[in-house]
Design a protein around this ligand. Structure first.
Ligand code: ADP
Length: 660
C-alpha cells in the first residue's frame, strides 16, 4: 500500500478521499488554490501545497504544478477525485511519466471513452446495446439530416466531446434540424473546443440507470449493481438511488454484464461507471462511460457495505479486488440528494456567498442512524463562482425505499443554511411528490411536476411570525423592540400597534396588542397569545397559544432568516421610516415612526430644499434611515441634535411645503 497520496481536488471529494486514506494509515497531501487556503480539505490532510490563484484553470487544472507538488512532497500516487483532471488522459500519462501512480484507469482507457462517438463505435464491437443513431466521422449537415430523418424524430444531437449536460439539443421535427445543429456545434466548440456531434433517437420518458464497475490489474472485473439517476434538472442529476426501483434480477445481471463487457473492451482498471438510458419497458442502451469515481458513488457504498475509495487505493497499489462478483450483495436502499447553492425558483441558477450559518444533520442525533453527509465546507466558508456550487451530499440508507425516503425527509428538515440560496426546500418537495414516492421515475419528472414542485409562496405561519417578533426583543435588536417601545403609552393598560413585514415579495400585516400582563398577536384574523419568550443568540423559544415552540432566527443585514420545523423564511421589515414623509407631509410635521437616534443632520434651519432632498439620518434597528423632504419647501426648525435619542412619534423638524 502507498505511504503518501496527493489529492488533486478540493471540496467534499477531497475530504472523502482524505478520510479513507487516514483510516488506512496513508499520509495525505492536499493541493489548494488561494481561495481555498482555509478550506476543510486542507485542514484534513497532513500536508498541503498552494498551486495557484482561485481560478481552476490556474490551479486545479495545472498538470505541471500538481505533478511538482507530488514530487516535492514525495507522494507516490495521485487521486484525481471527480471533475477537474479526473478524466484527462494527459494528466494520467504525466503521472506515469513521472513515476507516480494515477489512481484511475490507464490513459488509453480514458482516451477510448473520452469521445462519445468513438466510445460508441467500440461498444458496438463489444456487443453492448446502443441507442439507434449515427456516431460516425461524417459531419456534413445534409448527411446528418438524412441520418436524423432515417432514425425518426425526435432525435437528440450530442457533442461527441460533451459532458455536464452541455452541447445537447432535442430536435422535434426535420424543419428544425439545421438550426439545432448549428447551435449545438456552436456550444460544442465553445465548451469543448471540438464541434463534432452525434445523432441519437430521443427516447420518450427514459430512465437513467448506470452500473458501477470495478476492475483490477489481475484482469478481474465486477459490477456493484446499479444506480437510478433519473431525477434530473437540465440533464443533470439531482437525486440518485440504489437499487433502481423495479429492477429484476435478470435485467440487473444483463446490465451488469454489459457494463463489464464495456469496461473490458477498453482494458479498464479501477472504478468506472457505465451509463445506460433505459426505456420504461426495461430495454437499455449504452450512453457513455465515466472513467472515474462518480459524485453519487455513496449510494452504492451504502447498499454494498463497501468503501470504493479504499478499493481504488488498493487496486491502484496492485492489490486484487477485495470482493468477487459472487460475494457482492444488495442490502436495503440508499438515496442521495445533492445540496446545491442555487435558486430553483430562478431556473436553478447557481448562488454564491458565505455560509453564515450551516447546520447539517451530521450533528443531529437520529434514532436509527444511517444518515451520511459528505461535505467539504464549514460554517463561514464561501461558495464562490470559481467552483461547483455543491454544498454537500446527503445520503440516507434504509431497510427499504420507504424507510430511506422517510429518513431523507427527516434529514432535510434538519438542514439549516443561511447565506446563499439553496435547493433544500425544493428537495423536500421533490422527495414528497407522489411520482417520486411511487417510484414513477423518468428524466422528465421535475419538468412534468412543475406545478407541485413550485407552489405559489405561502403566507408566513403564525409560529414563524412569533419567533421573529420574539427575536426583535433581544438586546442586539432592542433598538426596535415592538413591545418595549410601547411602555410609555400604556394609558389604559393596553396598547395596540400595527406592523408590516415582507416575505417572498408579499407584504403581511399584523397587530400587536399589549395588555396589562400579556402580549397578543392579531394576524390573519386570529388573535394568539404569546408568552415565556426565551432568546439565546439565534435560538428562540416561546409559548404560543399554550404550545411550546422553538426555532432559530438569524439576522443578516436587514433580513431575518426564520428557521422552524424545516422551513426557512426570510422576513424583512417594511420600514415605516422609509415612508415617513409621505403620509405626514400635510401638516408640515415630520415625525419619527419608531424610536431611534439622530446620527446626521444634512440641512440647516431655514434651508430651502427640493422634494426628496435628504434632511437627516436616523438610526433604528441598527440601520440607518434617511428622512427626506416630502415636497419642495423650507426647513423651519430642527428639533434635535446629532446623538439625541428620539421617541416614537417625536416631531423631528418643522417643514413648510412651498405653496404650489
Ligand atoms: P453528459 O455527458 O453531458 O452528462 P449524457 O450523454 O450522460 O450527457 O446524457 C445526460 C442525460 O441526457 C441523460 O441522463 C438523459 O437524461 C438525457 N439523455 C441522453 N441521451 C438521451 C436519449 N437518447 N434520449 C433521451 N434522453 C437522453
Amino acid at each position: 500500500m502507498f505511504n503518501k497520496v496527493l489529492i488533486a481536488n478540493r471540496g467534499e471529494i477531497a475530504c472523502r478521499v482524505a478520510a479513507t486514506a487516514r483510516r488506512l494509515g496513508i499520509r495525505t497531501v492536499a493541493v489548494y488554490s488561494q481561495a481555498d487556503a482555509q478550506s476543510q480539505h486542507v485542514a484534513m490532510c497532513d500536508e498541503s501545497v498552494l498551486i495557484g490563484p482561485a481560478s481552476a484553470k490556474e490551479s486545479y487544472l495545472q498538470i505541471e504544478r500538481i505533478i511538482a507538488a507530488a514530487r516535492e512532497t514525495g507522494a507516490e500516487a495521485i487521486h484525481p477525485g471527480y471533475g477537474f483532471l479526473s478524466e484527462n488522459e494527459e494528466f494520467a500519462a504525466a503521472c506515469e511519466a513521472n513515476g507516480m501512480v494515477f489512481i484511475g484507469p490507464p490513459a488509453s482507457a480514458i482516451r477510448a471513452m473520452g469521445s462519445k462517438s468513438a466510445a460508441k463505435a467500440l461498444m458496438e464491437k463489444a456487443h453492448v446495446p446502443l441507442v439507434p443513431g449515427y456516431h460516425g466521422e461524417r459531419q456534413e449537415s445534409d448527411f446528418l439530416r438524412e441520418q436524423a430523418d432515417a432514425i425518426g424524430y425526435p432525435v437528440l444531437l450530442k457533442a461527441s466531446a460533451g459532458g455536464g449536460g452541455k452541447g445537447m439539443r432535442i430536435v422535434e421535427r426535420g424543419e428544425d434540424f439545421e438550426a439545432a445543429l448549428a447551435s449545438c456545434k456552436r456550444e460544442a466548440i465553445n465548451s469543448f473546443g471540438d464541434d463534432r456531434v452525434l445523432v441519437e433517437k430521443y427516447l420518450q420518458q427514459p430512465r437513467h440507470i448506470e452500473i458501477q464497475v470495478f476492475a483490477d490489474n489481475q484482469g478481474d472485473c465486477v459490477y456493484l449493481f446499479e444506480r437510478d439517476c433519473s431525477v434530473q434538472r437540465r440533464h443533470q442529476k439531482v437525486l440518485e438511488e440504489a437499487p433502481a426501483p423495479g429492477m429484476t434480477p435478470e435485467r440487473r445481471q444483463a446490465m451488469g454484464e454489459a457494463a463489464v463487457n464495456a469496461a473490458r473492451a477498453v482494458g479498464y482498471v479501477g472504478a468506472g461507471t457505465v451509463e445506460f438510458i433505459a426505456n420504461q419497458d426495461g430495454s437499455f442502451y449504452f450512453m457513455e462511460m465515466n472513467t472515474r469515481l462518480q459524485v453519487e458513488h455513496p449510494v452504492t457504498e451504502l447498499i454494498t457495505g463497501t468503501d470504493l475509495v479504499e478499493w481504488q487505493l488498493r487496486v491502484a497499489a496492485g492489490e486484487p479486488l477485495p470482493l468477487q462478483q459472487q460475494d457482492l450483495r444488495i442490502d436495503g436502499h440508499a438515496i442521495e440528494a445533492r445540496i446545491y447553492a442555487e435558486n430553483p425558483e430562478k431556473g436553478f441558477l447557481p448562488s454564491t456567498g458565505s455560509l453564515l450559518h450551516l447546520r447539517l444533520p451530521e450533528a443531529v442525533a437520529f434514532a436509527h442512524g444511517e444518515v451520511r453527509i459528505d461535505a467539504g465546507v464549514r460554517q463561514g466558508d464561501a461558495i464562490t463562482p470559481h467552483y461547483d456550487p455543491m454544498i454537500a451530499k446527503l445520503i440516507v440508507h434504509g431497510d427499504d425505499r420507504s424507510q430511506a425516503l422517510a429518513r431523507m425527509q427527516q434529514a432535510l428538515q434538519a438542514i439549516e443554511i443561511v447565506g446563499p440560496a439553496t435547493n433544500v426546500a425544493f428537495l423536500a418537495r421533490l422527495i414528497a411528490t407522489p411520482a417520486f414516492t411511487n417510484a414513477e421515475l423518468d428524466t422528465g419528472l421535475i419538468d412534468r411536476h412543475h406545478a407541485l414542485l413550485f407552489p405559489p409562496a405561502e403566507s408566513v405561519p403564525i409560529e414563524m411570525v412569533a419567533l421573529w417578533l420574539a427575536k426583535l426583543t433581544t438586546p442586539e435588536t432592542t433598538s426596535y423592540d415592538p413591545w418595549g417601545s410601547v411602555q410609555g403609552w400604556r394609558l389604559n393598560g393596553r396598547y395596540r400597534r400595527q406592523l408590516r413585514f415582507n416575505c417572498d415579495d408579499q407584504e403581511f400585516a399584523l397587530e400587536l396588542d399589549y395588555r396589562r400582563d400579556s402580549r397578543y398577536i392579531a394576524y390573519q384574523s386570529q388573535e394568539t397569545m404569546l408568552s415565556q419568550v426565551n432568546v439565546d443568540q439565534t435560538e428562540v423559544s416561546l409559548l404560543i397559544a399554550g404550545r411550546h415552540i422553538s426555532g432559530r432566527v438569524i439576522w443578516v443585514d436587514d433580513r431575518f432568516h426564520v428557521l422552524w420545523q424545516g422551513s426557512h423564511r426570510v422576513i424583512s421589515w417594511s420600514d415605516p421610516i422609509a415612508h415617513a414623509g409621505e403620509s405626514e407631509s400635510d401638516d408640515g410635521r415630520l415625525t419619527a415612526p419608531m424610536p431611534g437616534k439622530i446620527v446626521q443632520l444634512m440641512v440647516a434651519e431655514g434651508a430651502s430644499v427640493e422634494k426628496g432632498a435628504p434632511l437627516l439620518i436616523m438610526e433604528a434597528m441598527k440601520m440607518e434611515h434617511t428622512i427626506s423632504a416630502p415636497a419642495k419647501g423650507k426647513v423651519e426648525a430642527l428639533n434635535y441634535a446629532v446623538g439625541d435619542q428620539v421617541a416614537e412619534g417625536a416631531q423631528l423638524l418643522s417643514f413648510a411645503p412651498e405653496a404650489s
